[in-house]
Design a protein around this ligand. Structure first.
Ligand SMILES: Cc1cc2nc3c(=O)[nH]c(=O)nc-3n(C[C@H](O)[C@H](O)[C@H](O)COP(=O)(O)OP(=O)(O)OC[C@H]3O[C@@H](n4cnc5c(N)ncnc54)[C@H](O)[C@@H]3O)c2cc1C
Length: 389
């Protein structure tokens, strides 16, 4: 069978030659693990010392992986992608903030985005991250069944109120809402809250979507039980399925604290777990799946399942998703074939999105095969363009 992801002309259709060159240079750099380690350390130091490195970061990694500093900056990219049937999800990627003011600011941003995207077909979802709305430690205590102090109980009440405010706005504006997943030792608190919101707002269709990290061996069972509860109570399950971005941290903590690692023992087991969750979700009409993956096989599996279950390519219960700056060959070729597909488009002040950018750089060094695949495709496209000039 023809591999639809090999078409580089479609994959890079909106990239100018200079952007293609920058992408090639960037992936060449981040492929080298020591370079990423040293580069990260220098960048963190330079930012802390208020050295003028923001311009350099902008011209390289930032512009490759982010849409801009504000949501307005992103509009150009959003429109360009939408001209090829690729949707965008505005992702306010400021991380590591721990004050109530910052949480309220993130809430305001998300509410504003929900209004901003209401009439925009190019932006089909809104998104937020649990720790964008509240302190990690409060989530952790609830997840690990520790008692909250008085102040912490009030903090938690405010977190619940923030979730409720965005879910209600998402429902009123008819814009589905994705909620990211983070470390396992804080995630149960978020999952329980998200389940309550699904029960309240997903009666007709999936508006609130949680996220399952399928590198966790317990997630398939969780999904099946959640689905049973949803079916009993009469609501839809919305779920983003990802493999998970915190593997090393998870394993280290489990070893340090002496509990069984929540992560599958091998990559193959994670892959099987991911596939099983996709199969399960596609078998049930009261489930909506957002497959957040850069894995070609996972994407092909979902395409085949859609065919098998007679689910239209643009059925709102099935979405594919990649991160901006990665796997254009999957995104643009899926869009070209008529599937629902979107890119997370991060934005925010340069220094505040650094943790996100560092995760992307690290992911591209450690994920076997991924960067060499990007490089190979970029090389093919450069060659193709030279030949057609
Ligand atoms: C749209 C989108 C949204 C995302 N949202 C989130 C989110 O909310 N939370 C989150 O944590 N991540 C999120 N991610 C990142 C995601 O979890 C993965 O880190 C990333 O996409 C790489 O996985 P992959 O499916 O693309 O496939 P691949 O490149 O095939 O797989 C790599 C992944 O497999 C797993 N893995 C690798 N080696 C092993 C091993 N030895 N044993 C067990 N497992 C292994 C790890 O999870 C690793 O990241 C998101 C990704 C996308 C595209």
């Amino acid at each position: 069978m023809e591999n639809i992801f090999e078409n580089t002309e479609v994959a890079f259709a909106i990239k100018k030659d200079s952007e293609l060159e920058r992408a090639y240079f960037l992936f060449k750099m981040i492929q080298k693990e020591p370079l990423v380690r040293i580069g990260t350390a220098i960048t963190n130091f330079a930012l802390k010392a208020h050295m003028p490195v923001e311009h350099l970061i902008r011209a390289t990694v930032f512009d490759h992986f982010c849409g801009g500093v504000t949501e307005e900056d992103c509009m150009d990219t959003i429109e360009k992608m939408y001209s090829k049937n690729v949707h965008s999800i505005l992702d306010y990627s400021v991380e590591g903030k721990e004050t109530e003011e910052q949480f309220d600011l993130a809430l305001e941003k998300t509410l504003k985005i929900l209004d901003f995207v209401k009439e925009k077909d190019s932006i089909p979802f809104a998104v937020f991250k649990p720790t964008g709305f509240g302190r990690f430690e409060v989530y952790r205590k609830i997840t690990e069944n520790e008692e909250l102090l008085n102040d912490e109980q009030e903090e938690w009440n405010r977190i619940e109120a923030r979730y409720e405010a965005v879910a209600k706005k998402a429902f009123d504006n008819d814009v589905p809402l994705l909620i990211d997943a983070e470390e396992s030792w804080m995630q149960t608190a978020a999952d329980d809250l998200i389940e309550r919101l699904m029960e309240k707002y997903n009666k007709e269709k999936a508006i609130v979507f949680g996220t399952l990290q399928m590198y966790r061996w317990d997630r398939l069972e969780y999904l099946i039980h959640l689905h049973e509860r949803a079916t009993d109570k009469g609501y839809h399950v919305g779920m983003k399925l990802v493999r998970g971005a915190y593997m090393e941290k998870e394993r280290e903590r489990a070893e340090e604290k002496g509990y069984k690692s929540p992560i599958c023992t091998t990559k193959q087991r994670t892959d099987d777990n991911y596939d099983a969750a996709v199969i399960y979700m596609m078998e049930h009409k009261n489930m909506a799946v957002y497959a957040g993956t850069h894995n070609e096989d996972s994407s092909k599996n979902l395409m085949e399942l859609a065919k098998k279950h007679d689910v239209a390519k643009d059925d709102p219960r099935m979405w594919f998703g990649q991160l901006y700056g990665m796997s254009d060959h999957i995104t643009f070729n899926l869009a070209n074939a008529g599937y629902n597909v979107s890119k997370y488009l991060p934005f925010g002040p340069v220094r505040d999105v650094m943790p996100y950018l560092i995760r992307r750089a690290e992911e591209n060094t450690s994920v076997a095969g991924q960067t060499s695949r990007e490089l190979k495709l970029l090389k093919t496209e450069r060659k193709r363009r030279k030949l057609t000039k």
